[in-house]
Design a protein around this ligand. Structure first.
Ligand code: GLV
Ligand code: MN
Ligand code: MN
Length: 417
């Protein structure tokens, strides 16, 4: 890996990390926060930032800040994240980070001097793939999650976030709301690969975001009676997997019904509700074992908190009924929630003006920019993704579009700085 290619393109920088965290089983990348692959990416980022003359600091929540000159106040901050979903693509997160590095390199080589403080940020655990809560670093920083709750979150091996921070050399007692860090941010701009086909359909490479749908994660727990798959009569079972299966189907049916109702109204397809079960845990998970416990992770997104909560309640009712029918206990826990976001209209319009009137589009994906929007002005740029796929190995952005993304980010930074 190079640490001195300070004028590399975004694609060349992505190529440098193309082998880090590859997932031989799922395909794509698995880069969980503070796992070796993500730590390698953090070190790689730090090397590049230092080579560009930036001063890299790690905050108490595990977020990296690379400062051009002295930190804040009223700083312009850009960046994204380096962690991924399990078996994710190469662009979700890293594109925003490499574009920021490429933009700094361009500004440096043009002899540009910022008139405001400026930093590149890398946020921790954006995907929530390890500890379950998405955007954990920016939530902690902005007070959107209580530090005690975050520190007690555990990964699949029972390692707590507190233990992971300690292993990464951080002091868990420093985790939590960071008013000093927030006070340094004047505006945060996150560049991100588009996670849909809007820009492909429009034939345009770059867009500015308008907002993010309300969304959250819930855990559905079905507790039954573990027993022998061979000797337990079919009429004498309390199988949590059967109840969970009914809840998965209910998720699809309820989500589709909510979609039909939405489409009869004025709402656009972009604001349509979505309900997904993408993670299933069965305990103990043996072929010849009737499980004792099944857990589903439910992801629901819709136009506004009320619509999300209505959909979750309906799925919860169906799941409870399915559990009762099977003689299982049922619990529904909210793991995280992110309210509807409208990005700062003044910053959005200023950026759109700088970029000559790009499309203004909403998204149903969560981002650190969305969490930070609760405390500071934020904005997002999207780069066209020809596959339209994200959170999967087919996620893509072409080399030329990545450079157009860097061009856009440079123009925005020159204007803001
Ligand atoms: C993050 O990418 C999310 O939308 O869940
Ligand atoms: Mn993502
Ligand atoms: Mn992302």
């Amino acid at each position: 890996m190079s640490s001195t290619s300070t004028t590399a393109t975004a694609s060349a920088l992505l190529a440098e990390i193309a082998d880090v965290g590859r997932d031989a089983v799922r395909g794509g990348y698995t880069r969980r926060v503070f796992d070796p692959a993500e730590l390698e990416l953090r070190a790689w980022f730090t090397d590049h930032a230092v080579a560009l003359g930036l001063d890299v600091r790690l905050d108490g929540n595990g977020n990296l800040w690379a400062w051009w000159g002295a930190p804040g106040p009223d700083a312009v901050v850009t960046g994204s994240h380096l962690d991924s979903v399990p078996g994710g693509g190469a662009f979700d997160g890293p594109l925003g980070v490499v574009s920021a590095l490429a933009a700094v390199a361009r500004l440096r080589s043009a002899g540009f001097t910022p008139s405001r403080p400026f930093a590149v940020a890398v946020f921790a655990e954006e995907e929530g793939s390890r500890f379950g809560v998405a955007c954990l670093g920016s939530r902690l920083l902005s007070g959107a999650i209580d530090a005690d709750r975050a520190l007690a979150l555990a990964d699949a091996d029972g390692v707590t976030f507190a233990a992971a921070l300690t292993a990464a050399g951080l002091d868990p007692t420093r985790a939590g709301l960071d008013e000093a860090a927030l006070a340094r941010i004047g505006v945060f701009v996150e560049l991100h690969v588009e996670q849909g086909r809007d820009l492909v359909d429009r034939g345009v490479a770059i867009a500015v975001a308008t907002g993010i749908l309300a969304h959250g994660r819930w855990r559905l727990r079905f507790t039954g009676s573990g027993n022998h798959a061979g000797t337990t009569p079919m009429t004498d079972r309390h199988d949590p997997v059967v109840a969970a299966a009914a809840a998965i189907l209910a998720t699809r049916h309820r989500g589709t019904a909510a979609l039909s109702r939405t489409m009869q109204g004025e709402a656009s397809a972009a604001a349509a509700p979505r309900a997904t079960v993408g993670r299933i845990e069965v305990i103990p998970g043996g072929t010849n074992v009737i499980a004792s416990l099944a857990e589903l992770w439910l992801d629901v997104r819709a136009d506004g908190e009320a619509a999300v909560r209505e959909l979750v309640a309906a799925i919860g009712d169906d799941a409870r009924a399915a559990a009762k029918l099977e003689g299982c206990a049922f619990e529904l826990h909210e793991e995280s929630f992110a309210p509807q976001v409208t990005f700062d209209p003044a910053v959005r319009d200023r950026i759109a003006g700088v970029l000559g009137g790009p499309p203004l589009i909403p998204t149903a994906a969560g981002h650190d920019a969305g969490i930070l929007a609760g405390r500071v002005p934020t904005a997002m740029l999207f780069v066209r993704n020809p596959s339209g796929v994200s959170h999967a190995p087919d996620e893509f952005a072409g080399e030329e579009d990545c450079e157009l993304g860097v061009d856009a980010l440079v123009a925005v930074l020159e204007d803001l700085l």
